[in-house]
Design a protein around this ligand. Sequence first.
Ligand SMILES: [Cu+2]
Length: 110
Amino acid sequence: MAAAVVGLALLTAAGCHRAEVPPPSASGRSLVVVIEGMKFTPSSIHVHPGDQIVFENHDLFPHTATAKGVFDSGPIPSGKSWTVIPPAGRTIPFACLYHPPMTGEIVVEP
Ligand SMILES: [Cu+2]
């Protein structure tokens, strides 16, 4: 019983900072793209297959991370994040649906 309580406490402590971010897959890394000041930073992200990208919205209003036909975050509210594992074998341009000048690209390296 005591062990279970300790385990729960550890889970809670580990999960409190970014509870919304799923753990990376066994083979993947986790890279963060900050959305702030109407920009994606970095705007060009190089990843390997299986890596996940976490889009964190630090602005005070919603943005999206949208690559038409590939992925669409939907609105990411202020202070929230959204995670995607991009498909392998291509370069994926993306943008914010609300602010078309906000663009970036994901280069998935072999
Ligand atoms: Cu936007």
